[in-house]
Design a protein around this ligand. Structure first.
Ligand code: PHE
Length: 368
């Protein structure tokens, strides 16, 4: 609290020690009483300012006898010093108090539950492709990639699919305009076989998970853009038995106890060729023996096609400049969506393309 006016006006010209002590004490008291920065500013003006008693005394020194001037100056300087020290000390106290008050007011309770935004989840197809790749990476195979807009030659000709093969018909293949571009949206991941054989030193052990396109209906079991994982091994002395062993291993890792079977088939780029089937994940084969229990999922076959496979046709090796007398290999290609259906019981493919986060969340834990 500022000192009363009566105390501010002692005989200004008195440089007696007692008078200065009186002024100093009043100033120190006012400074100590200042509760805010504004109070302190007012106390500084009242007790150290030009018009304060100590300020006026400073001016009066010039009028003193030279003999008295020195003593008066020393005393006044000491008095002003005491007041200035008191001001600085109080200022430090007030700002520390202000900081403490601000910290208390702005305190954050880090133990309160945070308001998190919605968190995404890896798409089950992406997660599954990584898992499939991991099975092969663990055996020392490499992951290969190829373009989705592919040369017609890579997608068909180099794979021994002749110009009149039905798979080239516009009903299956999506061609990229103009027709002279000779480009297609790849209909399978098999062109990566050719790309890998043309670009890698032998032996080759690769898998290629990726997106493929076909002019298919969009329904519970077909989507026009889907995923496959291609596998290719070319080395000296590889045969059908190695293919079977590799697929058995993959099926054992991916599906706990699901039976697989291999049956003869035809692909222009493998010879012999086979289809690999998995036991139906809905009826577990029961519908095949019991007409009273039809199964829509496997059309009462008891088995669902998983993918195609076979021993690499020597014509494919020759097209890639590899001596088929010395090297041989096997290849396979599986549907990733089908794998997910089997593995996680996702019965409708449309769920896989609709992008509903609840589908991804529900399967994220399972697919890993
Ligand atoms: N590319 C074939 C398909 O899409 C599958 C396959 C791959 C068959 C490799 C044999 C060898 O149907």
């Amino acid at each position: 609290m500022p000192a009363p006016d009566s105390q501010l006006e002692p005989p200004a010209q008195s440089f007696e020690a007692a008078a200065l002590e009186h002024l100093t004490a009043a100033a120190v008291q006012a400074v100590a009483a200042a509760a805010t920065a504004a109070d302190l500013k007012a106390a500084r003006a009242a007790h150290l300012g030009e018009r304060s008693p100590l300020g006026l005394a400073g001016r009066a020194i010039g009028g003193l006898d030279p003999a008295e001037r020195k003593t008066a100056g020393l005393r006044l300087g000491a008095a002003r010093g005491l007041v200035a020290d008191a001001l600085a000390a109080r200022e430090a106290e007030l700002s520390a108090a202000e900081l403490a008050a601000r910290l208390a007011a702005e305190r954050v309770d880090v133990s309160l539950p945070a308001d998190l935004g919605p968190v995404g989840a890896p798409h089950p197809i992406t997660a599954l492709m990584e898992d499939l790749g991991d099975v092969f990476a663990a055996m020392g195979w490499e992951i290969a990639e190829g373009p989705e807009v592919e040369a017609e030659w890579m997608n068909f000709d180099a794979l021994n699919i002749g110009p009149h093969h039905p798979a080239r018909a516009a009903s299956d293949t999506l061609f990229v305009a103009p027709a002279e571009s000779r480009l297609v949206l790849r209909t399978h991941t098999s062109p990566v076989q050719v790309r890998s054989l043309l670009s890698r030193p032998l032996p080759v052990y690769i898998v290629c998970p990726g997106k493929v396109y076909r002019a298919d209906e969009f329904d519970a079991t077909h989507v026009p853009a889907f995923h496959q994982i291609e596998g290719l091994a070319v080395d000296e002395g590889l045969a059908l038995g190695h293919l079977k062993g590799t697929l058995d291993h993959l099926a054992a890792v991916m599906f706990d106890g699901v039976r697989t079977r291999i049956r003869p088939s035809y692909f222009p780029f493998t010879e012999p060729s086979a289809e690999i089937d998995l036991e139906c994940f809905v009826c577990h084969g029961a519908s095949a023996d019991d007409p009273s229990r039809p199964c829509r999922t496997c059309s009462s076959e008891g088995w669902i096609e998983w993918g195609g496979c076979g021993v690499v046709n020597p014509r494919v090796l020759a097209a890639c400049g590899i001596d088929p007398e010395r090297y041989s290999g096997f290849a396979f290609g599986m549907g990733v969506e089908r794998t997910l259906m089997f593995r996680n019981g996702a019965a409708d493919m449309r769920d896989m393309v609709e992008g509903d986060i609840r589908f991804s969340r529900a399967l994220a834990g399972v697919a890993r």
